[in-house]
Design a protein around this ligand. Sequence first.
Ligand SMILES: [Zn+2]
Length: 430
Amino acid sequence: MTTVTTFALRNARAPRALIADSHADLEVDAEGLARVDISISDGRIAAIGRPAGVVEPGDRDLDGGQVWPCFADIHTHLDIGHIWTRAPNADGSFWTAANAVANDRDANWSADDLRARMEFGLRCAYAHGTRAIRTHLQSPPGQAATTWGVFRELREEWRGRIDLQGVNLLLVEEFRGGKSDAIVDLVAESGGIVGAVIFMVPDIDDILDDIFRLAADRSLDLDLHVDESLEARDRTLRHVAEAARRNRFEGRIQCGHCCSLAVQPEDDADRTLDMVAEAGIAVVSLPMCNVFLMDREAGRTPRRRGVTLVREMAARGIPVSFASDNCRDPFYGYGDHDMLEVFAQAARIAHIDLPMGDWPRSVTATPIEVMRLDGPGTIGVGAPADLVLFRGRGYSELLSRPQADRTVLRNGETIDTTLPDYRELDRLFG
Ligand SMILES: [Zn+2]
C-alpha cells in the first residue's frame, strides 16, 4: 500500500506573475502579490486557491510569507568557480581576470579539482532553491575532454535535483577556419549547447556564419557572450542578430552581457534591439559580475555600470533573464549561486522594481523556457512541488534580508538547506 502525503501551504503570498494563468480569481495586491493556499499531494501541486482561513493539522502556515517556484540560473561558470583563494584578481580588471583564469586552468584543472569546485557550486545552488543551471565550460583543446567528462558525470549524479546544461566557451577567433569543429562535435556528443565569446574582429560575419552552421548542422542551440565592454564601437549583438537572419537559424539563441548597449546612442541601441526582437534572441543580464568588472580603474570610482537595457528589451518582448555568472573567481570575487540575491541585486541595479510586475519570471519561468526544460517554471496545478518558502511578505521584506532561513521543497519534501563549508575546498589550495 502506498501512502499519499497531502498537505497545504496556507496564508501564502506569491507573485501573480509566477502563478499559472488558469487562476484568474486570485486577489492581487498593489505589489502584484496574490494571497494563496497551495495544496500539495504526492509531491505535486494539487490545487491553488484563495486562502481558506483555516490551518489543518499537517499544513504549513506561511503567515503571509512568499512562495516562489524553484529558480533557474541560466548563465554560470561552474568550472571557474571558487578559485579566488589561489587565483585572486589583483586589480579587478577584465583582462587580469582572463589571464588569472587561463593560468589557473593550465596549472590546476584536473578532473578532481574541477569536480570538487563544480560540486561545491551545485550544492550551494541546490540549498538556495535552484533546480536548473546552465554552465559555460572553458573548452580549449587541452582541457575540453577533462572538463566535459566531469560535467557529464555531474549531470547524471545531479539528475532530479538540478538539471544541468553545458555550453562550450571559446573565443570567437578560435572558430576561424574550422579550428574548433572537433570541440563542437564533443559538445554535440555531450548534449550541450554551442557557445563563444564574440567580439569585434574584421571577419566577424564569416566566423558567425561558421558558428551558426556548426550549431545548425547538429541541431544545437547557441549561447553567446556578447559585448562585455563599455566601448560603444562594440556592436557584435547586431552582427549576431544579422547572422541569425542570414542563416535562417531555427535553434534558440541567447546572448549574455550586452553591456556596450548602455553606452551607445539611444537610436542606435533601439535599432539593434528591434533586430534582436525580430530574430527571437533571448538575453541574459549578469548585473553582479558587470558591476564588479565594468569601468574599474585603480584609484577611481566607477561612473558607468555596464548593465544592459533590460527594460527596453522587455518592452519589445525579448525574453530577459538574470543570472549569477561567475562566483568567487577572478571575474567576480563574491557570490553564492543564490538566485534570490541575483534578483535582489537586479532590482537595485537595473530598476526592475516599482512595479516588480513580471520580473520575478526573469529568474524562474523565462530561463526555464529558454533552457527548454519540462515544467512551466511557474506555480501551477500538476507541477512538481518544487517551491521556495520565504518569511518575507512584501518585496521590501523579501529583498532586504538574504532570507537565509528559507525553506526549499523538492517534490513536496523539505530539503536540507545547509550550505557547504569553504574549508572543504582548502585541500585544493595547497
Ligand atoms: Zn559568463
